[in-house]
Design a binder for this molecule. Structure first.
Ligand SMILES: Cc1cc2nc3c(=O)[nH]c(=O)nc-3n(C[C@H](O)[C@H](O)[C@H](O)COP(=O)(O)O)c2cc1C
Length: 417
């Protein structure tokens, strides 16, 4: 019986354990988690979402404080057009986050950065270019472009000296999205080094609508794989979404995928950035506790736990400090919803906003509990402790379980002392 370790992911000349830990912003896929994946011979992702805040936490910088001070005058103004990111600060924060992570890298694996196009930062092109180029400057092994179509992203970094050397990949959920990307980028003569095919069971934002349950990852992979073969395009496919055991992974590796991207099982590891109390919420969840909703201002459906504190919260938009979802004209769907509720309840001390959430503030505070569909199975991957809580795992344990297990087995951790 095959196990994941019988396969290798070939990216150019490099051969890796075909396990990628997916990017999870904001700092849920921490540098520590990504470094473990690299040390073990696979690929780990950090995320550049809200990188100023991540830098402030990791390196004691004060990017967010400075921005808040600069735009303090605007806090009670519902118009956010003037809120802009200082591009030098953005580059500096990205270089710190990426550079310090790369300095700490050990082992034969790689570290990529997950870059979400939907973080439009009130100047989509300018800020994205800075993010991509600063990550390349700081020596990142690769960039995974996610959440958005990214039709122009390769072009934005085409002038960078590392454009053809670093591994560049995209996340798609359909053959059509991949075809569109390849067509739009044909003139650059630079194919993606890998394509993550994300199915409907993934965590975070989804590339599907409310009919997500009608789609199936293996069917999408097969369709893309056959098309690539017909076009004589040799691009490794990485299967993502709902791959819970080593055997699940082997099944994809035997049917068109060259690697897997996994995330949910690592949300309950000690290296994951979620607070321990939130990890316990993930362990406790049952299938009925998970939903796909539309509260993300990005316009993409998002999967999360139903008891997520962000749902219904009516906090004042935090754009003077954050503003990562401002669309380029100072708009964010949460601001519109918030302003509507304020106008409807002029005397209320506290308002509730049900249809959208202030994603920046809530992700930053780990109050938006986005998760994969298989989260309800996490309790079966560990031991219950005497106090009723669940034992937190190590990233190494989960990685090795994917790498070496057979027969849909899940290895439990050694009993905590
Ligand atoms: C908590 C959480 C946060 C996530 N955040 C992001 C993100 O910021 N960007 C992204 O491209 N994908 C994100 N994802 C998707 C993962 O990178 C990955 O592709 C997917 O969840 C894999 O499926 P699995 O969770 O069933 O293993 C997130 C997933 C989880 C569970």
């Amino acid at each position: 019986m095959k196990r994941v370790d019988d396969f290798r992911l070939k990216l150019g000349k490099d051969e890796l354990v075909p396990i990628m830990i997916g990017g999870m912003g904001v700092d849920i896929s921490t540098a520590e988690l990504a470094l473990e994946a690299a040390r073990l011979g696979g690929i780990g992702h950090i995320s550049d979402a809200m990188v100023h805040d991540v830098s402030d936490r990791r390196f004691d910088t004060s990017f967010v404080k400075e921005k808040t001070k600069f735009y303090k005058y605007n806090i009670n103004n519902s118009d956010k057009t003037n809120i802009k990111f200082n591009l030098e600060h953005l580059a500096e924060a990205t270089r710190m986050h990426v550079g310090k992570t790369m300095e700490a890298k050990q082992g034969k694996g790689m570290i990529f950065v997950n870059c979400m196009e939907k973080l439009t930062m009130n100047a989509p092109k300018e800020t994205l270019k800075v993010r991509l180029e600063a990550a390349l400057d700081a020596g990142i092994d690769g960039i995974t472009l996610s959440a958005g179509l990214h039709l122009g992203s390769f072009g934005l970094m085409a002038g960078h000296p590392r454009f053809r050397e670093a591994k560049l990949g995209i996340i798609v959920s359909s053959l059509r999205a991949l075809q569109l990307f390849l067509r739009k980028n044909a003139k650059l003569d630079r194919l993606p080094d890998y394509v993550v095919v994300e199915g409907p069971l993934a965590g975070g934002h989804l590339g599907f609508g409310d009919d997500w349950a009608e789609y199936d990852l293996q069917t999408i992979i097969t369709e893309i794989h056959q098309w690539l073969q017909a076009e004589k395009l040799d691009i490794p496919l990485i299967a993502a979404g709902g791959i819970f055991t080593g055997s699940d992974a082997v099944s994809f590796l035997e049917h068109g995928a060259s690697g897997v991207q996994v995330a949910t099982r690592f949300t309950v590891t000690k290296e994951c950035g979620l607070p321990d109390s939130v990890k316990q919420e993930y362990f406790k969840a049952s299938e009925d506790d998970i939903e796909v909703n539309h509260i993300s201002p990005t316009g993409y459906p998002m999967r999360m736990l139903k008891n997520t504190p962000a749902i219904g919260d009516g906090i004042r938009p935090g754009c003077e400090s954050y503003g990562y979802l401002l669309d380029g004209n100072g708009n964010c769907a949460y601001i519109t919803s918030y302003n509507r509720e304020v106008a409807l309840h002029p005397d209320a001390k506290k308002i509730s906003v049900m249809d959208k959430t202030c994603l920046c503030t809530h992700m930053r505070n780990f109050n938006c509990w986005t998760c994969g569909q298989t989260t309800y199975r996490l309790k079966d991957t560990t031991r219950k402790l005497a106090d009723g809580s669940y034992q937190i795992l190590s990233a190494e344990h989960v990685f090795h379980d994917y790498q070496f297990s057979t027969d849909n087995q899940i290895a439990l951790p050694e009993q905590a002392a």
